[in-house]
Ligand binder design. Sequence first.
Ligand SMILES: Nc1nc2c(c(=O)[nH]1)N[C@H]1C(S)=C(S)[C@@H](COP(=O)(O)O)O[C@H]1N2
Ligand SMILES: [Mo]
Length: 423
Amino acid sequence: MGWHGTDDTQRQAAPADPGRRRLFAGLAGLAAALGLPRNGARAQRPEHAPFRPGMAVGARPYGLPSPFQRGVVRRWLNWMLPSRLTNVAFTPLADLEGVITPNGLHFERSHAGTPVIDPARFRLKVHGLVERPLAFTLDDLKRLPAVSRLHFIECAGNNSLNWKRPQVNAVQFTHGMLSCSEWTGVRLMDVLTLCGLKAGARWLLAEGADGAAYARSVPRALWDEALLVFAQNGEALRPEQGFPLRLLAPGTEGSLNVKWLHRIEVGDAPWLTREETARYADLQDDGKARLFTLIQEVNSVITLPCPERPLKAHGPQRLSGLAWSGHGRVKAVDISFDGGRNWRSARLEEPVLPKCLTRFHLPFDWRGEELLLQSRAVDEKGNVQPTYAENLRVKSANQVYHNNSITTWRVMPNGEVRHVRVD
Ligand SMILES: Nc1nc2c(c(=O)[nH]1)N[C@H]1C(S)=C(S)[C@@H](COP(=O)(O)O)O[C@H]1N2
Ligand SMILES: [Mo]
């Protein structure tokens, strides 16, 4: 598959799997029975595609994916980072359906490892420009009114490997610093109100309990929507996602969503921490940097087909992908088969929620011709995803964050899919 071209990729692909051929034969038989076009040797009559289940296993206290899903894992690029403690593990977007990321596959970006935190000893301290500085236990927080919201988290560095030319041939590595969950927590404002905000409160510092004491300044404009979350898709946060508590500021760059959150200091100006000056700032051509470019822009990518999911047969195909915007709802997604000359509207899967992944679909027919597949998202504020060239025109060549340009997948006559640049 395409991503094997990236030579120091972790070799975690599924081992050759005899059950798979049987399963595919079964699917082909189904297609034939449904009257779908016959495809050479693949289409079989059902009686020629026997199915025998394997041995049964006993009850497990915590369920795991089928052993046939061994290849559906987070992956990382060894050359990107000096050590496994400073971690970037990408979500396998090509293997997922719908919009929810299973918890074990949520991407992970941790600057100083994943701390182990005993929830019984955990405290969230709130101080600074407040009437009553307080320390909350996790139980204290859980007694406040809770809300559940579906939102994506995307690292500002998503797709940054491909600023000037495609460098990685896998959707896992172009866009896999993107995940989406149902998050449950309490409103940041409820906690701040309990402490009593003082006049002049305009910024707060959110600090994590990891080795880096990772910290970000959060402006007042984002407080109303922000949550302090303790659960992810129904269960407690995973350690990699910030157990027991993280900040969630919907639609903002991942780095603002401080994990292992244990301290909030309220102030009247930003702190200008390392992570908002030396990092997560956009260096311009004149050597100055734009700070606090916090909102993730409108974006989309086709996850089927893609380099990891080539086309396997002529005839009807399922095209599908993900669109999102930190500004609100996705309004439309257009698909091009010819590198941006002609466009057709994709169907958006309901519900279309603000600052959440939206799944799109567009069935098409393929007869082996070469395609230049693109998706272009538009959000409810009218923002349109830029082409490769437009993105480079409006942003500095020095910039590494916030690449939301249109991705092109070139489908070859043999069905293989490659990441190419099309202006
Ligand atoms: N405490 C702490 N919070 C953190 C980080 C970190 O290293 N330490 N990384 C940030 C970055 S850069 C991103 S993109 C997101 C990633 O969230 P995830 O690991 O849950 O996907 O967490 C953010 N919050
Ligand atoms: Mo990030």
